[in-house]
Design a protein around this ligand. Structure first.
Ligand code: ZN
Ligand code: ZN
Length: 369
């Protein structure tokens, strides 16, 4: 018999992913379902539906697909291909309108990927790890090494829980059981996962010693997590797939890293601005000065104009924190004019002179115009 071109039948590339194959098949199956055929085309639709279903049953199953890629469709004539492939079965599953749970139906019909995701598979649990970082870390970003104690697939048995398996005699190795159901609308054939082998098609003959047959072992592990600059206190970063592995080969959970920003000795954070109070002397306030101000990224110069009042706030542009979403923050500097507690004899003299000095003419001019 001539080779059948399964990829062409479904209209997908040779390297197509399982999702693409599923999608292509769904589209065609909806189009060519015999229930939807016009009266004069019943036979044609049925043939086409049969063909694409056969193609999907092979390409949808990793093992069969591999064989097909290697040897062509002739390998499936006779025994092997008919296993788990029953046209009337597929037809009844796709009775018009039942495309809703297509993914489940696809997996259960064609058995593809049941090894990865049996009906028993569950997603692993998530982890939450809390970590403290400094305000400097917020400014520059940082990495944290996070120790994990998590379940992983057992290396000894590749997570299978056993070393030797035999074909499940309950379902003849297909992983699914067929059941004829009587309903008011007639007899229906139903396929359900085999409860004995959890639709794996095989049963363990021994138990792996390393994991006690669970397929999972607990392991210490350290992972590096990059914390970007500009994170907020209380923010949670998600590291995909670093939670616990799922039972029965289910997908792994995620790791969440919750950030706590420790309070700083001098700086107060308000969103991405940093607030700081700096003492200046009476003379600096009166005469003006250039002063060195600490910022989160080192010292920076701030110009204090002559005649600065106490409690004046200066904005140092872009000297605040970087932001994940908005623009860079500023540093707000509040100056506090300090009154000297101790003065030398000479200073005392000078202050006295200042006191005796009468307000200048310009001062009166300002008030009385
Ligand atoms: Zn079984
Ligand atoms: Zn094991």
């Amino acid at each position: 018999m001539a080779d059948k071109e399964y990829y062409k039948l479904l209209g997908v590339e040779k390297g197509a992913s399982k999702e693409e194959i599923k999608k292509a098949y769904k589209k065609l199956a909806m189009k060519y379902h015999p229930d939807r055929a016009p009266d004069d085309k019943k036979k044609e639709y049925e043939e086409k539906f049969k063909e694409i279903s056969e193609a999907a049953s092979v390409l949808g199953d990793e093992k069969k697909r591999q064989q097909y890629d290697q040897f062509g469709s002739n390998v499936f004539q006779g025994g092997q291909a008919s296993q788990g492939f029953d046209f009337s079965d597929i037809m009844s599953h796709f009775r018009s309108g039942s495309f809703g749970d297509f993914d489940d139906v696809f997996d259960s019909l064609f058995g593809g990927g049941t090894r990865q995701r049996s009906s028993h598979a569950q997603r692993g649990s998530d982890f939450l790890y809390e970590t403290e970082i400094s305000l400097e870390d917020v400014a520059n970003g940082t990495t944290k090494t996070i120790p994990l104690n998590k379940l992983e697939h057992c290396q000894e048995c590749q997570g299978k829980g056993a070393h030797t398996f035999e074909s499940c005699h309950h379902c003849n190795g297909s992983g699914y059981m067929k059941r004829t159901q009587r309903t008011p609308f007639g007899l229906f054939q139903q396929t359900s996962p085999c409860p004995y082998c959890h639709s794996k098609g095989e049963l363990p003959q021994d138990s792996c010693k390393s994991c006690g047959g669970e397929g999972l072992v607990r392991k210490q592990k350290k992972i590096e997590v990059t914390i970007p600059a500009g994170v907020d206190d209380g923010m949670r970063l998600r590291v995909r797939g670093e939670g616990e592995v799922g039972p029965h080969n289910g997908p792994s959970g995620d790791l969440y890293v919750e950030i706590h920003v420790m309070p700083h000795k001098y700086f107060i954070r308000k969103d991405n601005d940093i607030h700081i109070t700096v003492p200046i002397s009476f003379t600096q306030a009166t005469l003006g000065d250039d002063i060195d101000i600490p910022t989160i990224s080192g010292n920076a110069m701030l110009k204090i104009p002559a005649g600065t009042e106490s409690e004046t706030i200066f904005r140092m542009k872009n000297k605040g924190l970087p932001s994940l979403h908005h623009s860079h923050g500023d540093q707000m500097v509040k100056v506090k004019v300090t009154v000297p507690q101790k003065v030398s004899k000479k200073q005392k003299e000078l202050i006295k002179q200042l006191k005796e000095e009468k307000p200048s003419k310009s001062f009166f001019k300002k008030i009385f115009g």
